[in-house]
Design a protein around this ligand. Structure first.
Ligand SMILES: Cc1cc2nc3c(=O)[nH]c(=O)nc-3n(C[C@H](O)[C@H](O)[C@H](O)COP(=O)(O)OP(=O)(O)OC[C@H]3O[C@@H](n4cnc5c(N)ncnc54)[C@H](O)[C@@H]3O)c2cc1C
Length: 312
């Protein structure tokens, strides 16, 4: 039986209280959300925090809401649930950090505007993990094989970070500074992720896993916006293949302003494969993962375009 080393336990009653506890305990304290990444690491002694600050009572950080762009919902608003609000341009999806994977998967407003998250959530772990694991915990864990980081990178999301008396935003593409490392400073926490909602878009996520519920051998997410058959804008996220900041800027640049054709998608896939940096491990050799990066990018773009056209 594996048990963690001794730790102190605190239960935060509000964001402010969590930030005060973080300040009081200092750098050896860790927040615990779903605990599905942190607790296994503690059992394996890969993490040995002096104190755990439990944020599961912060239900006001559990929401998915369509809000006017720039306002988000982190500063207050209704807690819990999934609200449709106005749809269309000038808005953004505001997703609280304590939103569970299962809530993201069940959300109609997410499915309407960004089916990429439903695609990704269907293949993240299993229902037990999805019932507890959170959006914030997933992004803050910064596991190089994590799925939501690639999906949020593809859609151009922004992370909302709160400290004691401070609030700042960081593009998700800059939030991950390395494997298991983020832009969070000591004493800060992630409170919300914002995703701009723009017309004419489609998105999709494609993953290869060794068996159901496993981490990705490789995965790619794509979000694109069409003017007729011209690609107005595009985002491509990659995971488990050593793509810097979970995205593929060379492939995106090659696609912008071009026609949404199979040939151009294949070229973008080749660029994504060329510029990623997979490592060989028990999930496969480098060549196989690189091949998957290209093929899954192509498939995600194809499906995202079909959704943008309304043909799927
Ligand atoms: C069997 C199994 C299979 C899995 N398969 C997959 C998979 O296929 N794909 C995938 O993407 N993931 C997978 N996961 C991971 C799962 O998605 C976890 O839920 C997720 O990685 C972490 O979320 P959590 O809420 O459990 O975070 P926790 O374990 O509670 O925390 C993780 C880290 O984030 C920090 N943290 C948490 N919340 C915040 C916050 N708001 N602000 C600042 N720091 C914070 C914690 O201090 C800790 O360092 C799997 C997990 C398991 C156990």
């Amino acid at each position: 039986m594996q048990v963690p080393a001794h730790f102190e336990y605190e239960r935060a009653s509000s964001v402010q209280h969590a930030l005060e506890l973080l300040a009081r305990w200092g750098p050896e304290a860790r927040l615990v959300a779903g605990g599905h990444s942190l607790i296994p690491m503690m059992k394996l002694r890969l993490a040995r925090p002096e104190a755990l600050i439990d944020i599961n009572d912060l239900t006001d950080l559990s929401y998915i809401r369509l809000a006017p762009a720039g306002t988000g919902a982190a500063a207050g608003g209704d807690s819990g649930g999934d609200s449709g609000g106005d749809s269309g341009g000038g808005s953004e999806l505001a997703i609280g950090a304590m939103t569970r994977h299962a809530d993201l998967l069940a959300s109609p407003v997410v499915g309407e505007h960004y089916p990429i998250f439903h695609d990704a959530e269907r293949v993240i772990a299993d229902p037990i993990v999805r019932n507890r694991g959170t959006v914030g915990g997933s992004l803050c864990q910064a596991d190089p094989s994590e799925d939501l980081s690639a999906a949020f990178a593809a859609v151009g999301a922004t992370a909302v970070i709160q400290g004691r008396g401070t609030s700042r935003t960081v593009p998700v593409r800059e939030f991950h500074t390395g494997p298991y490392e983020t832009a969070l400073a000591a004493g800060e926490m992630l409170v919300e992720v914002r995703v701009p909602v723009r017309p004419g878009g489609g998105s999709a996520y494609q993953k290869v896993e060794r068996r159901v519920g496993d981490w990705a051998v490789a995965a790619a997410g794509a979000a694109l916006w069409l003017d007729g058959e011209t690609i107005r804008d595009v985002g491509i996220g990659l995971t488990a293949v050593g793509a810097e900041h979970f995205h593929a800027p060379e492939a995106e640049a090659a696609l912008r302003g071009t026609a949404a054709t199979e040939e151009n998608f294949a070229r973008a896939g080749a660029l994504a494969a060329q510029h990623c940096n997979p490592i060989a491990d028990q999930r496969g050799p480098v060549d196989y993962k690189r091949h998957l990066a290209g093929e899954l990018t192509l498939r995600a773009l194809r499906k995202a375009a079909a959704r943008a056209r309304g043909s799927e």
